[in-house]
Design a protein around this ligand. Structure first.
Ligand SMILES: [Fe+2]
Length: 394
């Protein structure tokens, strides 16, 4: 049994005219953009051409709009629902970001007035769920196979100053712990928030705007067997383990589906992802992430060079990389063939499939020191691993 979760984040939709005629998203309410310059229209074409792309859940970590533009908010939510339909998901789990809240009180003395009232079905088509989320700053959505903790990290954005950082109050953390304690954790456990729960200062993209009290939150999530924390905000995809114990949750930065180039790093791409989780009890915590990258004029592609990671990566297995490289070396020594496909190697050493990219890179370096070389990875084409045996003991 597998669970597939699609991640689409940081749309930043807005009216260009209302934004000093400055474009900050590919998705504009007042300007029509050519199909292959428009991430949503391109996504429709991608799905039309590949019916295998689908998911069980759609998770949206916030920033539907840009600078709390009301038209952008409506457009972002409409597009999110259309993406949900195209992916055939059972459920949509939206969260909100700093751009979705009128923290500067431009339109109303209550910064949350628009986000709470712009659409009856936001974030959920359920009055009780919505009032719990707005009141407590989090909601737990649970099913047979998963438990999703959706945390509103802009709950405290009631002034311009407060909007400079994410925050989760200690009271909310205590409350979350109490509630999580009441249900079983032997499912896929995922937390979703807008702000990064640990510092993310990649190429000076800001090192102070993380989720305050994030370390306390992670401590509880680690104790409660959480596998993954998904966040938006940084427009910079990244995957790493959070600080903690041997099974501390993965922190996954989603990147942005449609923020314009002035809101991205130089050379960056817009992205969306589909995460496939293993749900069998002995496999929970492991998964595969497929990523699509937006190439203006060409649309959504998987096999492109990018500054983040391969289009298909794994997570969930921490291994002793030196020991693993020695085992692979010994295995090659006993093999007749000096070249094998990476798939064959993974068949024997299955942990590799679920190692995060930085661990895979480390393994490749260790193997290189043992004269074992991995060719560049390209989806749909075989990757080879070659062992150059040194003769006469040299
Ligand atoms: Fe954003």
């Amino acid at each position: 049994m597998k669970l597939r979760i699609a991640i689409f984040s940081d749309f930043h939709c807005h009216n260009k005219n209302n934004n000093n005629n400055t474009q900050e998203s590919y998705l504009l309410t007042d300007v029509t953009i050519d199909t292959f310059q428009d991430p949503f229209k391109s996504f429709e074409i991608l799905i039309k051409n590949d019916s295998t792309i689908s998911a069980d859940l759609l998770v949206l970590p916030g920033d539907f709009t840009n600078k709390c533009d009301l038209e952008g908010l409506q457009m972002g939510w409409d597009i999110a629902k259309q993406i949900g339909k195209l992916l055939n998901v059972e459920k949509i789990i939206p969260n909100i970001g700093n751009h979705d809240v009128d923290s500067r009180k431009i339109r109303n003395s209550d910064p949350f007035n628009d986000i709470k009232n712009f659409s009856l079905d936001f974030p959920f088509n359920d009055v009780e769920l919505n009032s719990f989320f707005w009141e407590n700053g989090y909601i737990i959505i649970e099913d047979e196979n998963y438990r999703i903790l959706n945390i509103n990290t802009v709950h405290s954005h009631t002034t311009k100053e407060m909007a400079n950082k994410g925050l989760i109050h200690q009271d909310a953390i205590n409350n979350i712990e109490e509630r999580l304690n009441k249900s079983l954790s032997n499912k896929v456990n995922i937390a979703v928030c807008h702000h990064n729960p640990i510092e993310h200062s990649h190429y000076n993209t800001g090192s102070t705007d993380f989720l305050n009290n994030g370390d306390e939150l992670i401590k509880i999530l680690d104790r409660m067997n959480f596998d993954l924390i998904i966040h938006g905000h940084k427009h910079d995809p990244r995957i790493r383990y959070s600080p903690g114990g041997i099974n501390s949750p993965i922190v996954f930065s989603s990147g942005s589906f449609s923020a314009f180039k002035n809101l991205l790093l130089q050379g960056a791409n817009n992205t969306f992802h589909i995460i496939t989780f293993e749900c069998n009890e002995d496999q929970i915590g492991k998964g595969i992430i497929d990523t699509w990258f937006f190439v203006p004029t060409k649309g959504w592609k998987q096999n492109i060079k990018n500054i983040y990671f391969e289009p298909r990566i794994g997570f969930g297995v921490k291994v002793d990389i030196r020991a693993l490289s020695s085992k692979i070396h010994q295995w090659f020594d006993q093999q007749k063939d000096n070249i094998v496909s990476l798939d064959d190697l993974i068949e024997t050493f299955q942990d590799i499939k679920f190692m995060i990219p930085s661990d895979v890179d480390k393994l490749k370096n260790e193997l290189k020191n043992k004269n074992i070389f991995v060719s560049p990875v390209t989806l749909d084409e075989p990757t080879f691993v070659q062992y150059k045996k040194v003769s006469n003991g040299k």
